[in-house]
Unconditional design. Structure first.
Length: 547
């Protein structure tokens, strides 16, 4: 089946080839992008004056079709006031419980490799709010100068809209509107837009079918249950809201059968052809880990051969993915499926660009290993440190699988901080079950700590409460832990029990983790895994940057 040509331009732009920033993995290079110029303080202050659900937590039923749901009408009115900039380019809309940010990054880099000017909008950010918006071919965060100029240009209209909406416009709505306006001003060829919450009621869902190149739904999991109706089924319904009439939808998955039916039924009603990245005709494998530029990457094969709604084919051997784990390989194959869908619509994308885009993708805080120099800067010479923003049961399982693959016989210490609206007990159980003892891999200690969430403490889970959840998880699973009187009874550290320790800051926790592994790991290799939230990862990266 053929669709309308993707681009208004019949040929790709003849931009000079620039190195995509994600191909460089030195963390300090990433820091320089965010710290080499001042933050857009006036714009940030403006956003901070609005209701911010990332700081406050998402209200019950916010993402459902109910009286309490987010009001997409006010977002449409805002976009109309700004001249509907989203109508000036084609877009790929990405939703899902997990994997949508990585999938968006993979796809954006594929398109940049082909020479297209790409707009990418994602959330949350790690170091700077500018990370959420990238424009053009470089993939760099939007510059402060560009953002300030656009903000001053549209501020009168934003002020009017906020007044007419009785102050109900939110931080995310105004940021989304700003991002889409920037993309229109930049005249991007195509945009990759990540949904914030759910899909149907999300502020990004102002894209109509005539503006959409494809929809993508990566995964369906039990996150934001209260905000999205309380069940996997209601979450699936909410996320299926991004499927538009006649536009192809790529499903990541795999999904439970009844969830898969919900998504496919919606696609059928919308006459939208479906491509599943979990189709039997799509085969992926990890052949092993290699070191590239001083960092591990996984050598992977991706074979896509789909012949249902429209034929898709690519065969990529020995793809060097810097994003580690089977879940990231699946995200990469999902992005490749989207690229092939775009190619079927007339978008010129070579197999070479798909390979290069996948290989050149790297995101802070996603299976990120610190270099030996970075560990030394943190005062932990010789330590192996893995940073990952996993914060759900499913992402914990994916992280456990990655640690198993990279360190099959290591001793592990976890440093964890989490937001208050997560399933802390299920998260803990996944680590206990997966890392308790597995073919030589062994969990030695867990350090529970605290990190601000979106710059505020209102959604932070206290370290003591986190410890209580981990104690409960260990008791329910029958796992021996040591969690009382640690400072007074250092001799007990040598007992064959998993240590649970409460620490007030990530910096103190990671040093304590390193010290504990030094005593307990012996001649075994060891790794410190920092996880539970992208915000604790961001906190440690900020410490590294300021050191």
């Amino acid at each position: 089946m053929r669709f309308w040509p993707l681009l208004n331009r019949t040929t790709k732009r003849n931009h000079p080839k620039k190195p995509i920033i994600h191909s460089l993995t030195m963390t300090r290079f990433f820091f320089s992008k965010y710290t080499e110029e001042p933050e857009p303080k006036e714009f940030i202050d403006y956003l901070d004056s609005l209701k911010n659900y990332e700081k406050l937590g998402v209200p019950k039923d916010a993402g459902t079709d109910s009286d309490d749901g987010l009001d997409l009408g006010r977002m449409r009115r805002l976009m109309d006031r700004l001249g509907n900039p989203q109508s000036k380019f084609k877009a790929v809309h990405v939703a899902g419980t997990k994997g949508k940010g990585s999938t968006a990054a993979f796809l954006s880099n594929i398109l940049r490799e082909e020479g297209y000017s790409v707009g990418c909008y994602t959330s949350p950010h790690m170091m700077s709010i500018r990370e959420r918006i990238s424009l053009g071919q470089s993939g760099n965060p939007v510059s402060t100068k560009t953002l300030n100029k656009l903000f001053h240009m549209i501020k009168p209209k934003l002020d009017e809209a906020i007044q007419l909406e009785n102050g109900s416009l939110t931080h995310f709505e105004v940021l989304t509107a700003t991002a889409l306006t920037l993309m229109a001003e930049e005249k991007v060829d195509i945009a990759v837009i990540e949904a914030g919450l759910g899909g149907a009621r999300d502020a990004t869902n102002i894209l109509c079918s005539s503006e959409l190149a494809a929809s993508v739904i990566t995964t369906i999991g039990e996150e934001h249950l209260a905000a999205l109706g309380g069940s996997l089924e209601s979450i699936a319904v909410a996320k299926s809201g991004i499927i538009k009439h006649g536009r192809p939808v790529v499903l990541g998955g795999p999904f439970l059968p009844h969830v898969d039916c919900i998504l496919r039924d919606k696609a059928s009603v919308m006459c939208s052809p479906v491509v599943s990245a979990s189709d039997a005709g799509i085969r992926t494998s990890i052949k092993g880990l290699i070191i590239l530029d001083g960092r591990p990457c996984q050598l992977s094969d991706i074979m896509i051969q789909v012949e249902r709604d429209f034929p898709l084919f690519i065969e990529l051997s020995d793809v060097k993915l810097r994003m580690l784990g089977r879940h990231q390989l699946h995200n990469a194959s999902t992005a490749a499926c989207v690229a092939l869908c775009l190619r079927d619509q007339g978008c010129r994308i070579s197999d070479k660009s798909i390979r290069a885009g996948l290989e050149n993708t790297f995101l802070l805080g996603r299976s990120q290993f610190l270099s030996s120099k970075e560990a030394e800067v943190l005062g932990l010479p010789g330590a192996t440190i893995l940073l990952d923003g996993a914060h759900t049961k499913d992402s914990a399982k994916a992280l456990v699988d990655t640690v198993r693959m990279a360190f099959p016989d290591a001793r592990v210490a976890l440093v964890i901080a989490m937001a208050s609206d997560k399933d802390h007990l299920a998260f803990a159980k996944e680590f206990f079950s997966g890392l308790g003892t597995f073919l030589g891999l062994e969990l030695e200690a867990v350090f529970l700590t605290e990190a601000d969430i979106a710059g505020a403490k209102s959604r932070t889970t206290s370290a003591s409460l986190l410890t209580d959840y981990w104690i409960q998880a260990s008791e329910e699973l029958g796992i021996n832990t040591l969690h009382d009187g640690m400072e007074k009874n250092r001799d007990l550290i040598e007992e064959n029990k998993i240590i649970l320790v409460t620490e007030k800051s990530p910096e103190v926790a990671i040093r304590a983790a390193n010290e504990t592994l030094g005593r307990r790991a012996g001649n075994h290799s060891s790794v410190i895994v920092v996880t539970g939230s992208l915000h604790i990862v961001s906190s440690l990266l900020a410490s590294l940057q300021s050191a």
